[in-house]
Design a protein around this ligand. Structure first.
Ligand SMILES: Cc1cc2nc3c(=O)[nH]c(=O)nc-3n(C[C@H](O)[C@H](O)[C@H](O)COP(=O)(O)O)c2cc1C
Length: 196
């Protein structure tokens, strides 16, 4: 066997969402983030369109992201729906992170493959990134919803209308115990075998 399957299986099953509330003050280095991104690009990509794009906010860039993220939530939310708690949480989650990586799909200009395939490729790339983080002991929270899918976010990131934001990845070292496994349905629930 070329690779150690039991280690790879353990790594895949060990990956967990780590919320920034559980990040410690230990900083993730830029070189580590680079390896996460380096491994991302080895995902499969139909016609080699390589539609992934990651915008990384670190150091002072974190404040730039935080200001945009929380203030845009404030601007876009009607007064009666606005939650001060959510607004503060958006700020504190960024503040607790060593880096924010925004996972994006940049649409191939010739649209050589269907949209669903481009989204699939980026999500596969992001899983590579998550598994590399797990190998380092680095935690990631993949957040979506709210501001993430708004056009303001695309403008902020310099994306075109056909591009898409697929998630905001909050990156940091967890404090204390790595969380327990979240439940998954067993194999027979999500597979069907045809053998004759
Ligand atoms: C596309 C995508 C979007 C997600 N968005 C959110 C989110 O907005 N808020 C959240 O709490 N978790 C979000 N998650 C993380 C899931 O809640 C998490 O993966 C799930 O609870 C399983 O836990 P695990 O990642 O530790 O296995 C998202 C995950 C994916 C794949």
């Amino acid at each position: 066997m070329k690779f150690n399957l039991s280690e790879i299986t353990e790594l895949i099953q060990y990956r967990r969402t780590i919320y920034p509330e559980f990040f410690s003050s230990r900083k993730v280095h830029k070189e580590q983030i680079e390896l996460l991104l380096e491994n991302a690009r080895w995902a499969p990509t139909h016609k080699l369109t390589q539609p992934w794009f990651y915008k990384v906010f670190m150091e002072d860039g974190l404040q730039t992201f935080s200001d945009f993220f929380s203030e845009t939530y404030k601007q876009l939310t009607p007064e009666d729906k606005f939650s001060e708690m959510k607004y503060q949480k958006m700020k504190s989650r960024v503040a607790k992170s060593s880096a924010i990586i925004v996972a994006c799909m940049k649409r191939d200009e010739a649209e050589r493959v269907p949209l669903v395939e481009e989204l699939a490729a980026v999500n596969a790339a992001t899983q590579n990134l998550l598994l590399t983080a797990t190998a380092y002991g680095i935690g990631v929270y993949w957040g979506t919803g709210g501001v993430t899918y708004k056009n303001e976010m695309k403008d902020f990131l310099g994306l075109k209308p056909a591009d898409q934001v697929l998630g905001v990845l909050f990156v940091g070292y967890p404090e204390g115990e790595w969380p327990r496994k979240t439940p998954r349905k067993p194999l027979e629930y999500y597979t069907e075998w045809v053998e004759s």
